[in-house]
Design a protein around this ligand. Sequence first.
Ligand SMILES: *Cc1c(COP(=O)(O)O)cnc(C)c1O
Length: 220
Amino acid sequence: MIKENLEKIKTEIPKDVTLVAVSKTKPNEDLLEAYNAGNRIFGENRVQELTKKAEELPDDIQWHMIGHLQSNKVKYIAPFITLIHGVHKQKLLKEINKQAKKVDREIDVLLQFHIAQEDSKFGFDFEEAKEMLESDAFKSYENVNIRGVMGMATFTDNKEQIEDEFRTLHNYFQVFKSHYFKFKEDFDILSMGMSGDYDIAIEEGSNMIRVGSKIFGERK
Ligand SMILES: *Cc1c(COP(=O)(O)O)cnc(C)c1O
């Protein structure tokens, strides 16, 4: 069913929206089924699982780290990671920069914002991010490339609330783009939307969705 699920989602979403297939907890054979159906972008949220899968699966997969990343684990993914979605504090960005430098790479990252009403979700608030972007330390991070922003809406049936949270994130994206990244053409990723809310996210301007259960089935 994985192939069918992927194809169905791909026909539903606009061509300029990137689909990240979230394969956390799923076995390699499930990822290979998606791979053989043409998918090359996979999202994982645990470093150990991610590095193991990256070793075992084809080299042309683009791995996205979508989960909560601890600073002491950055070194394990720095050599190969394509995009880190969840940069939620300056300390983490600094460490990514340090590890990227060690392996002579520039690593693409997204700033995660806390837009939900739940405390359990991580992220900058607007002022915090502004402060960081204006700091001298930030200007010295030459091995990280800020590609955009990411966020998660509250887990709720209230469609208006979800719309409102995604709209807030889109607004942050535009404000940061015009204030800090005006001449940086590759500040262009707005990562929002999961299985339950990606349709709303796309209506609100998302161009990268992270979809797990709707492709691979429910997780245990
Ligand atoms: C697990 C996860 C997803 C995918 O969730 P589904 O509801 O299964 O689509 C997306 N984003 C993040 C950050 C996740 O942790």
